[in-house]
Write a new protein. Structure first.
Length: 556
């Protein structure tokens, strides 16, 4: 079965699986959300009951405070007596119709607590609820709620205010008088928190107080409905800073995320109830849609991976076949090229025994062209073999005693005709007088590729110099052969110093650039490395163009 048809069949099977799994997962998720919302709505009645008990507690405070304030016509004496005798009262406040606080007086601020309260009173008074406020309205500094009362010498407006001081949220009860002044009572935080906890159920869901009614710290009797059944889930009460104030229910459920959070009614709107439930009550999720989607995706990925792998493998095999073919052809070309050069040399030798004539001169020139082109073709074949050779596979080096000066002169002589035709001059300076043990073919391959680039890229009238030195290594017995090829051409930019040695990379790929494949320097560097040497682009350019340094280690 063709690979594309196989891939199409796999996608035809896997795509519906992924779609079905996705749709099922969305349906299950929507069902879970709806089930959680229904469960939350069902259990939130417990939060409503608890909140109602707290509202009743503060209503009882208001009734008791109204009774105390109505008991005397002197508001200053009443507030002073309430502070001494009523535990829930922390501080009384009186503000005249113009908004000026007339009680407590500075002389009343005695002790650390009184000083702290006196420092907070100006802001509290400025943010107090004004007459005719709406229920559950907010002033600029605290949350308030108002209700109507009936009492002599007082108007019908009263309100709760929540304010913040150093020890946390504070609750203030405000009433307006007939003359336009306002009276406030700051409640003792520790007292109303204790009454609030006592009004809430215990861990069994029952009220802490043994009866359905209890006496608050303000002295008022509060009717609280007693819960007789064990609550579903566990509840916690947290303050404005999300600190735990009280909790009841199963202790193991408190570590679970809350199912429902609900703010308290005024005056504690910044506090929250949190309901935690056992995981067994939560709707369970099915893993089938996940498995179905995962299986579909895995099938798609495997099929695509198989297709890509087989396609890449096919391309690799084709590339290997082409490389093998190129290698075989190159090897096959070596024998006829060698025979062409051999018979060309024999023909030149025979021509020297023929008498000089116009025909013999013409024949000599033609034999020279045949020899030059056969040598160039032989260099191309050697370069191809060098390129297709595996990088990790060693290739033998045939070291022979060689006169390096004579070798370089012979290579330069090969390029003399082409350099002359291009209007270039070539100079050789060899300071190595000894014979060295090297592979002459490797040196020739490196220099031929360097000189070919000079021929292509240096403009007419340019100059090229080949320098040869034999350097002693002070750290060991070995010596180094260094061959430097310099020209006065346009040179190579710093950013392209390493790029030029990569296969098929050319600095100029425009249509006006000289023809080439971009593998000449790659072949030269690989040949140098095969001989244990190196080919580098030198930063120094004595002629102003490009300077390449070719080094080979020479043993004794």
């Amino acid at each position: 079965m063709p690979r594309r048809l196989f891939l199409a069949l796999i996608l035809l099977v896997a795509a519906p699986m992924v779609l079905l799994g996705w749709m099922s997962a969305n349906a299950v998720k929507a069902s879970q959300v709806a089930a959680k919302e229904n469960l939350a709505a069902l259990l939130s009645s417990q939060l409503t009951d608890a909140d109602r008990r707290i509202v009743q507690l503060f209503d009882a405070y208001a009734l008791r405070l109204d009774e105390q304030l109505d008991a005397s016509s002197s508001v200053f004496e009443t507030l002073g007596r309430m502070r001494r005798e009523v535990p829930i009262v922390r501080q009384g406040i009186v503000v005249d119709p113009s908004g000026t606080m007339v009680f407590p007086r500075p002389s009343d601020s005695v002790g650390i607590d009184a000083t702290e309260v006196a420092a907070a009173l100006p802001g509290l008074v400025d943010a107090r609820p004004l007459p005719n406020v709406n229920s559950d309205s907010q002033s600029s500094g605290g949350k308030v709620s108002s209700k109507s009362t009936t009492a002599k010498s007082w108007s019908t407006e009263s309100a709760w205010q929540q304010w913040y001081m150093a020890d946390g949220a504070q609750v203030v009860y405000w009433r307006t008088r007939g003359d336009g002044s306002t009276v406030g009572v700051l409640l003792e935080r520790s007292r109303w928190i204790a009454d609030l906890i006592a009004a809430l159920p215990d861990h069994r869901g029952r009220s802490v107080a043994p009866s359905s009614s209890r006496i608050t710290a303000a002295g008022s009797k509060v009717d609280l409905p007693e819960l007789t059944s064990t609550p579903i889930g566990s509840l916690t009460l947290v303050d404005e800073a999300k600190r735990l104030v009280y909790r009841w229910g199963k202790a193991e459920e408190f570590s679970l995320p809350p199912l429902v959070t609900s703010p308290l009614s005024s005056p504690l709107a910044s506090w929250q109830f949190r309901l935690h439930v056992d995981p067994s009550l939560m709707p369970s999720s099915s893993s089938i849609p996940t498995y179905l989607s995962s299986a579909g995706l895995a099938l798609i990925l495997l099929s695509v991976g198989f297709y890509v792998l087989t396609s890449v493998q096919r391309q690799v095999n084709e590339a290997k076949s082409r490389v093998n073919f190129a290698g075989q052809v190159s090897h096959e070309l070596r024998t006829p090229l060698t025979n062409i050069r051999l018979y060309t040399e024999l023909a030149e030798s025979d021509l020297q025994r023929v008498a000089k004539s116009d025909a013999s001169d013409s024949l000599a020139k033609r034999l020279e062209v045949i020899d030059h082109e056969s040598r160039r073709l032989q260099r191309l074949v050697s370069g191809v073999l060098e390129m297709i050779r595996p990088s990790g596979k060693p290739l033998g080096v045939r070291r022979e005693p060689t006169d390096i000066g004579e070798l370089i002169a012979g290579i330069a002589e090969q390029f003399t005709p082409s350099f002359k035709a291009a209007g270039l001059t070539l100079e050789t300076v060899c300071r190595c007088r000894d014979q060295v043990s090297i592979d002459g073919d490797v040196v020739e391959m490196v220099l031929v590729n360097l000189l070919s680039n000079v021929e292509k890229y240096v403009p007419r009238g340019g100059h090229c110099v080949i320098e040869c030195d034999l350097l002693d290594d002070p750290s060991g017995p070995t010596r180094t052969l260094r061959v430097v090829v310099s020209d006065d051409g346009p040179g190579i930019a710093t950013a392209d110093r390493e790029k030029i040695f990569r296969p098929f990379q050319r600095v100029d790929d425009s249509i006006h650039a000289p023809s080439g494949t971009g593998i000449g320097l790659t072949i030269a560097r690989r040949a140098a490395a095969r001989h244990g040497g190196a080919l580098l682009l030198s930063s120094a350019a004595p002629l102003g163009g490009a300077t390449f340094s070719f080094t080979l280690p020479i043993g004794d």
